[in-house]
Design a protein around this ligand. Structure first.
Ligand code: TYD
Length: 216
C-alpha cells in the first residue's frame, strides 16, 4: 500500500553553500528523484519564493540601489524569509509535502552574521522570530572553496551580483561559518565536498533523505 502525500510526514530540506557550490543542480536532481518516488515536492529558493520576496531579492542583490548597510541587508533577507516561511514552506510541510529550498536562514547566519560581522546570535534570534521557529529538518551543505566557487560562477558569463562580487576573504569567512554551523549540529546537516561528481553527490543526498523518510 502506498500512502498518499497527505498521510506521509512532510519534510523541509535546505541546500546551503557558498556561491558557485552547485546547490541548484543538486536541488533539481533531488526534486526529480523525490517526484519520481511519488512524493509531492515543492522546490523554492531564497531570497524569493513569494511575490514580495522576489521584489526584495532584486532590491538586495542588484547593484545600484545606493548604500545597503549590514543591518538593512539582514532585515531585507529576514523579511523575504518571513513571507516564505509563513506563506509557502510551513503550509506545504503541513500538507505532507517535501520542501526543497535553495538557501534558507543559515545563509543569513553565514553572510550577514559572519560575513558582515553582525554576529550569529543576533541573526539566529532575528530569523527565529521571522520564521516563527521554522528550521529545516536537514540542511545539505555543499562545501566549496572561494577560488573554486569563483571559477564555477564565472564559467557561465552571468554578471556577479552584490554578494558574489565580494572578495575571496569574504567568501572564506562564509565557508568557515557554514562549516561551524554543521559541526555544532551534525545530525541536522549533510556536508559534502562541492567538487564531487554530480551523480555521486546526488546519490548520497538521496540516501540520506530516504533514511530520514524511513524508505531506505
Ligand atoms: P543567488 O543568485 O540565489 O545565489 P546562489 O545561486 O549562489 O544561491 O543569490 C543569493 C545571494 O544572496 C548569495 O550570494 C547569498 C546571498 N544571501 C545572503 O547574503 N543572505 C541570505 O539570507 C540569503 C538567502 C542569501
Amino acid at each position: 500500500m502506498t500512502l498518499s502525500s497527505a498521510q506521509q510526514p512532510g519534510l523541509f530540506i535546505a541546500f546551503e553553500g557558498g556561491d558557485g557550490a552547485g546547490k541548484s543542480t543538486q536541488a533539481a536532481l533531488l526534486t526529480q528523484a523525490m517526484s519520481d518516488a511519488g512524493r509531492t515536492v515543492l522546490r523554492t529558493r531564497e531570497p524569493g519564493g513569494t511575490p514580495v520576496g522576489e521584489k526584495l531579492r532584486s532590491l538586495v542583490l542588484e547593484h545600484g540601489q545606493g548604500e545597503i548597510d549590514a543591518k538593512t541587508e539582514a532585515l531585507i533577507f529576514a523579511a523575504a524569509r518571513a513571507a516564505h516561511a509563513t506563506q509557502v514552506i510551513a503550509p506545504a510541510v503541513a500538507r505532507g509535502e517535501i520542501v526543497i529550498s535553495d538557501r534558507y536562514a543559515d545563509s543569513s547566519i553565514a553572510y550577514q552574521g559572519a560575513g558582515r560581522g553582525l554576529g550569529t546570535e543576533a541573526i539566529v534570534k532575528l530569523n527565529d522570530w521571522a520564521t516563527s521557529g521554522l528550521w529545516p529538518d536537514l540542511t545539505v551543505l555543499l562545501d566549496v572553496s572561494p577560488a573554486e566557487g569563483r571559477e564555477r560562477r564565472t564559467a557561465g558569463d552571468a554578471a556577479e551580483d552584490r554578494m558574489e562580487s565580494e572578495p575571496d576573504d569574504f567568501h572564506a569567512t562564509i565557508r568557515a561559518a557554514f562549516l561551524e554551523l554543521a559541526q555544532a549540529n551534525p545530525q541536522r546537516y549533510l556536508v559534502l565536498p562541492a567538487d564531487g561528481a554530480v551523480s555521486e553527490l546526488a546519490q548520497v543526498i538521496r540516501d540520506r533523505i530516504n533514511a530520514l523518510l524511513g524508505t531506505a
